[in-house]
Design a protein around this ligand. Sequence first.
Ligand SMILES: [Zn+2]
Ligand SMILES: [Zn+2]
Length: 598
Amino acid sequence: MVSSEQTADALEMEVNVAPRDTVALEIARMRHSCAHLMAEAVEELFPGVLFAIGPAIENGFYYDMEVSRPITPDDLAAIEANMRAHQSAAEPFVRNAVSRDKALELFAENPYKVEIIRELPAHEEISTYQQGVFLDLCRGPHVESTAEIGAFKLLSVAGAYWRGDEKRPMLQRIYGTAWKTQEELDGYLHKLEEAQRRDHRRLGRELDLFSVSDEIGAGLILWHPKGAMIRFLIEQFEQTEQLARGYDLVYTPHIASEKIYQTSGHLETYRENMYSPMSIEEVDYYLKPMNCPGHIMIYKSQVRSYRDLPIRLAELGTVYRYERSGTLTGMLRVRGFTQDDAHIFCRPEQVIEEVTRVVDFAMYFARIFGYEVQAYLATKPEKSIGSDEVWGRAEDALRTAMEANGVDFKIDAGGGAFYGPKIDVKWVDALGREWTGPTIQVDFNLPERFDVNFIGEDGDRHRAVMIHRTLLGSMERFVGGLIEHYAGAFPVWLAPIQVAIIPITDDQIPFAREVEATLVAAGMRVEVSDQRERMQAKIRNAQLQKIPYMLVIGKREVENGAVAVRLRTGEDLGAISVTEFQEIALDKVKSRSVELQG
Ligand SMILES: [Zn+2]
Ligand SMILES: [Zn+2]
């Protein structure tokens, strides 16, 4: 936490910077100073504006404000120009400590600042920062002067509720980005443009993969046939791999009685993320927020001996968790999702081996989907259960497992859950962005709460160790991320339609149907473009749908029993026999390659 802002800013602060990460602290300070610079410009152009909070965020900053007329994207250029003038003037940032009464007097006209001041703890020193004539309530720190702010650009205007609360006033928020150099700024803007081009919500619509319906409800994903095909193929792949790696597949119900969530502690510690209960014969039932309790009950359905362990229970488990409507984003942040969840029950001495196998599994998936990885080892937080010795052993196990797989990792000191350490693996996508990937969590809590045990060699009961793990995370978030990673151009094995057959005239439709039948029999997903459109239009359409292969069939191809192969990349493979094409395509499916030829 940067803690360079007054309380409200700190709450909204979206960047998490470790206190020792001086480079990140420095850039956050510069970005926050740029927010002040923007506020200075806005105040000059929109007299009477009331500012709320203006924190640094990842890659930039924002400031929330109440303005008499809506600010539009067209206003941003004028605000930017004014910011540049104040930047050139090299106005120093001047800090002043003020008494609480003085602060209330200075900001008496601004109900947002007054609210912030009133909430500040009594012992806290209150300070203001001023550059030029612009005065702001702020804990700082700031750069020395506006000249030290680097290259910046204002990006967008959005509505934002005060304190994120829909019952409070709607403010206007201007987002901006700031970097040390123009070159870094240009690089970031280019990446942003590319990210917009790849946005899974846009591609999801254009490629007909999924939708969200107001009538069904926010944050609930409808998988259309093509999106469902992608998901099915990934699930099928994962289930097959799990069976090969000694997992057992299970299914557990979507609702469960309050009893289980009392035992698990979810009602105590996780309730704000759960939906209201439904009453069934006077017992409260909840939509499940996690799959763990169900798997534990399966484990406990019989006495387990040390010889039975490890037991690895895997489920594509659909869970429901409350997310505020303002935070819902396409497939990435939703209210119902399916986890590729598994729980491994083992003896303490098996932990290293089991975690090593999971890390290996995770790295295999990274290779298949073409992600780079960044791994983190989250260690013991301040508030936790279990002795230092037990934690130390578990952390060592996680560390050893990553080292055994040659995985570089960073330490997320104190980032573990209260009930055990974990490995967080981030997928690093084609644009260098990090996505939530596999998590592997050792748990000391639930085995105690549920008395999860096994009979040891000595005939006594021993506490089993429980490892929670997801590899893809949730199918929604994973496929959403994958759409952006591949920019919608899925590799052949995942493409919902792999081949578009394009007859040039209606005369070639019968042969096109023959080719279709041959490829379908070989297990391929094929579509014949038999609409009354010109060939060029059909090709363009197949390309927009990012179908890997287009087989163009004219008079000559029918005569020679051949197909003219065109790739979605625009390359031509020329006319080849159907058998030859089938070999190329099936090879790409089998190898799960991202290539289309060669
Ligand atoms: Zn400030
Ligand atoms: Zn779990």
